[in-house]
Ligand binder design. Structure first.
Ligand code: TRP
Length: 539
């Protein structure tokens, strides 16, 4: 057996593992499923699963890899005996990786489309024909009226003010003029929403829109007012363009195959030294920008308290499943990464770093997206699988680099997706090389083509096929794989190898007992409760 190449240095291992973990799961999926499941409780539950299940299973996978120096199949045999039934977890992982990458690649393709759109300057202004079309549409008229209403309401005449107060149901008794003025000023913020509720928004919107229309800078004003709607329709148009979706999916798979076949994976991992910090800096910058933009802190409030009416039994399973998806767990990816780990690395400490970095990116991503949705009054279409793409360009083009900034952002999304895709295809490639004795080049090509074909239905039927496949993979297959790994590491595997990882400066000895208790008892019980609950509520 040839000696395994080791990651040069502790940081490189953490970067590579974080590169697998941080991807579309954090930037694209977490914000949109948090939005769809009503924020608040969902986010809290997600963090709970990350700490209670994610961290211990991350430690287990990395420790198994480090202790045995082999990929999943070998690690299960080395720690559980040649004939251990757990070696089938490896096959489950291969099947899951094939399915996951098939649609992951489709979504990764979206980032390339947006990179291309940035090069074409498409976010800077709405083309004239498109602008007219939007302005005539029902949604367009509504957007214009709402903006006019919000902006002009403060300049209404006194008799208009009184009528507006009456129409929004705020004026009950007859007030003195100065009292009426005060009431108006104090409720100005909520009046547009109240008028909408009472069915009077249209009427007042038309009045104020007429006023704006006669102003000199109406042309520019209308451009601005229609941008959020334009952003939404741009995304919807893209999703209905099947040729584009398939093309980008092909490009992503081609790049993934070339990187893995060409053995330049190491080079990519080195490049992570630049891209990872850049991604963090940009995310932090955009998060601060969004929080400052959102004077009412509606985005933050939604993240913390949210809308409980959107939370259901399915939300619990989604929070649990996403903990595995986001951390790249349940498939043996981290076993493989751990097998390249050097002596200087430490499974427990490194896991804490990877898990923290991953969670940080997820939370920041929501904090940079939600405020924009509120401030621009966007209407993310059902579930809003596109909020990473519809919301951000509106803010990104405002910075001095304009399109350049949009370009940089989506290129970073693309890189984050590619480093995750590499770790996924690597599961299949390693299997083909080790078990089927294929050459690397051959293995990468056949795995890649197979996954590419598997991804076509996802590109063609985004809402139907794709969401169901994602549910199966994220919420059933990955957690199930994770459960098996937890049971193996807790009950079956030789404990010495794993326990060693807990002998380090700064890690108290009792943590190993807690860790083992979580794997042995808490994890299976929690799984039984969560999935039992899902079955009962579905039946
Ligand atoms: N964690 C990645 C993300 O959040 C996706 C991913 C890469 C993954 N490799 C994995 C998920 C292995 C599960 C298992 O985008």
């Amino acid at each position: 057996m040839s000696k395994r190449e080791h990651w040069s240095g502790r940081i490189l291992f953490i970067l590579a593992a974080a590169g697998s973990a941080i991807g579309l799961g954090n930037l694209w999926k977490f914000p949109y499923i948090s939005w769809a499941n009503g924020g608040g409780l969902f986010v809290l539950l997600y963090i709970f699963f990350i700490i209670l299940l994610g961290l211990p299973i991350m430690i287990s996978e990395i420790a198994m890899g480090k202790a045995t120096g082999t990929g999943p199949a070998g690690a299960f045999r080395a720690l559980g005996g040649q004939k251990t039934p757990f070696r089938f977890v490896g096959y489950l992982g291969v099947a899951t990786a094939l399915l996951l990458l098939s649609y992951y690649s489709v979504v990764a393709g979206w980032s390339l489309e947006y990179t291309a759109k940035a090069i074409g300057g498409e976010f800077e202004s709405i083309p004239p024909a498109k602008l007219e079309q939007l302005a005539q549409s029902e949604a367009g008229i509504q957007a214009l009226q709402t903006k006019a209403l919000k902006q002009e309401i403060a300049f209404a005449t006194d008799s208009q003010k009184e009528e507006i107060l009456r129409d929004s149901g705020l004026l009950q008794a007859n007030l003195r003029d100065d009292e009426m003025q005060i009431l108006f000023r104090n409720s100005a913020e909520k009046i547009p929403a109240l008028l909408l509720e009472k069915g009077k928004a249209d009427e007042w919107g038309t009045i104020f829109l007429n006023k704006v229309q006669s102003s000199e800078d109406f042309v520019a004003w209308r451009q601005e007012a229609l941008k959020p709607l334009h952003s939404d329709t741009m995304f919807a148009d893209f999703l209905s363009d099947k040729t584009k979706l398939i093309t980008w999916h092909s490009v992503i798979m081609l790049i993934t195959i070339l990187i893995v076949a060409g053995g330049i994976k190491g080079g990519i991992e080195n490049a992570m030294k630049i891209f990872m910090p850049l991604l963090f800096i940009i995310i932090i910058f955009l998060t601060i920008n969004s929080l400052l933009l959102d004077k009412e802190q509606e985005g933050l409030r939604f993240l913390l308290w949210g809308d409980p009416s959107r939370f259901s039994a399915k939300s619990i399973v989604e929070a649990l499943g996403h903990a595995f998806f986001s951390l790249s767990l349940g498939m043996g990816v981290m076993i493989t990464y751990g097998s390249y780990m050097g002596r200087g690395n430490h499974a427990v400490k490194d896991s804490i770093w990877i898990v923290s970095a991953d969670t940080f990116v997820s939370i920041s991503a929501t904090l940079m997206i939600f405020p924009i949705i509120f401030v621009y009054g966007m209407q993310p279409t059902s579930g809003g699988a596109g909020i990473l793409f519809t919301a951000l360009p509106l803010e990104l083009v405002k910075f001095p680099g304009k399109s350049l900034f949009v370009f940089i952002f989506y290129i970073l999304v693309f890189i984050a997706a590619i480093t995750s895709a590499i770790s996924l295809i690597e599961v299949v490639v390693t299997y083909l090389i080790d078990e089927k004795k294929m050459k690397r080049y051959h293995a990468a090509l056949s795995a890649g083509i197979f996954i590419y074909l598997l991804g076509i239905p996802s590109a063609l039927w985004i809402s139907g096929f794709f969401t169901r496949l994602d549910f199966l993979v994220s919420n059933i297959l990955l957690p199930f794989g994770g459960l098996l790994i937890a049971i193996f590491a807790g009950w079956v595997a030789e404990q010495k190898a794993i326990e060693n990882e807990f002998h380090a400066k700064g890690i108290p000895a009792w943590t190993f007992a807690v860790y083992r208790f979580v794997l042995r008892i808490i994890t299976p019980v929690l799984f039984a409760a969560v999935f039992g609950h899902l079955l009962l509520s579905a039946g």
